[in-house]
Design a binder for this molecule. Structure first.
Ligand SMILES: C[S@@+](CC[C@H](N)C(=O)[O-])C[C@H]1O[C@@H](n2cnc3c(N)ncnc32)[C@H](O)[C@@H]1O
Length: 288
């Protein structure tokens, strides 16, 4: 990038560089980088449009642009990402939170089930950055909130995020494989966005995902259903009668997950669509 005289020019030159290198949405990406460096929102950038960027800012902008061109997801380059009402730290220790998962949080929050619980035990299996459980704890004034992950790396990031958003004392994180360690019949809400992509499909994912995001967060085994089977098996024991399960699912997994949940005695199974009109969420109730 040549030496821009103003921030506006810096964004324009950055966007052109990204465009030449076939990066999608080059202008948005250049603005996101600049906004991060100015610690402001994208919409506020233009208050600084005529400012001459300091050398430190230009150097950081150049480094950011190069990382994006090299194929790194913009979220990791920024080191933070907005999810629901929180700004979370994101890095290669855990999956980048996706917009569909914000919808999963909204589904849980709107459920009549939660309203009826005095002090619900809410468990998020496969917590990653902690995005789901932290958003739920932020929105609910009562409850016990636990995030579980098999990845120590993800847990360390989730813990950092809890501190970042001021929920350190209210959300607990624990290492675990599934949720079988909870007391029988103790869990009011089990929520999970587990890895659900079949292994062979993971092998063919675009390098931006495959080379940067943890495979452990993506790979759901040969048919993509491995974790659901073990979670449903655990849930039979640990979810309270009348307690609820909320899963994010792959868009072709609705019918098979319905069968699995019903086979294990769960009732009121419902498959909900995401904003793109694809099957994306499974909800079920533990029978009394
Ligand atoms: C698709 S990511 C979801 C992360 C986060 N909840 C989100 O929605 O962005 C799945 C997470 O499940 C974790 N995981 C994979 N297998 C697990 C298991 N058997 N028990 C607990 N966590 C597991 C991975 O480490 C990863 O963090």
């Amino acid at each position: 990038m040549e030496n821009p005289q103003t921030l506006k020019q810096c964004i324009e030159l950055g966007a052109k560089y990204l465009e030449r290198n076939k990066v999608e949405n080059p202008y948005v990406v250049a603005e996101l980088l600049a906004a991060r460096l100015y610690s402001c929102g994208r919409m506020d950038l233009y208050q600084h449009a005529a400012d001459k960027p300091q050398k430190r800012v230009l150097d950081a902008m150049r480094r950011g642009l190069q990382r994006v061109v090299a194929g790194e997801p913009i979220q990791y380059v920024l080191g933070q990402w907005d999810f629901h009402n929180l700004t979370l730290k994101v890095d290669k220790r855990a999956l980048i939170p996706r917009p569909e998962t914000e919808q999963l949080v909204d589904i849980v929050l709107k459920s009549s089930h939660l309203a009826g619980c005095e002090k619900p035990l809410v468990v998020d299996v496969g917590t990653g950055t902690g995005c789901i459980i932290l958003s739920l704890a932020k929105a609910l004034d009562k409850g016990v909130f636990v995030g579980i992950d098999i990845s120590q790396d993800a847990l360390s990031l989730a813990q950092e995020n809890a501190a970042l958003v001021g929920l350190e004392g209210r959300v607990h994180f624990a290492h675990g494989d599934g949720c079988g360690e909870f007391d029988p019949g103790s869990v009011d809400v089990l929520v999970s966005n587990p890895p659900y992509i079949p292994s062979k499909v993971v092998d063919g994912l675009e390098p931006k995902i495959l080379e940067h995001e943890p495979r452990l967060a993506l790979d759901g085994g040969a048919d993509g259903l491995y974790i659901y089977r073990s979670l449903i098996f655990d849930a039979v024991m640990v979810v309270k009668p009348g307690g609820c399960i909320y899963f994010e699912i792959g868009d072709e997994q609705g019918s098979v997950i319905t069968v699995l949940l019903e086979e294990f005695g769960f009732t009121d199974v419902e498959i909900k669509k995401d904003y793109a009109g694809k099957d994306r969420f499974a909800i079920a109730v533990q029978s009394a």
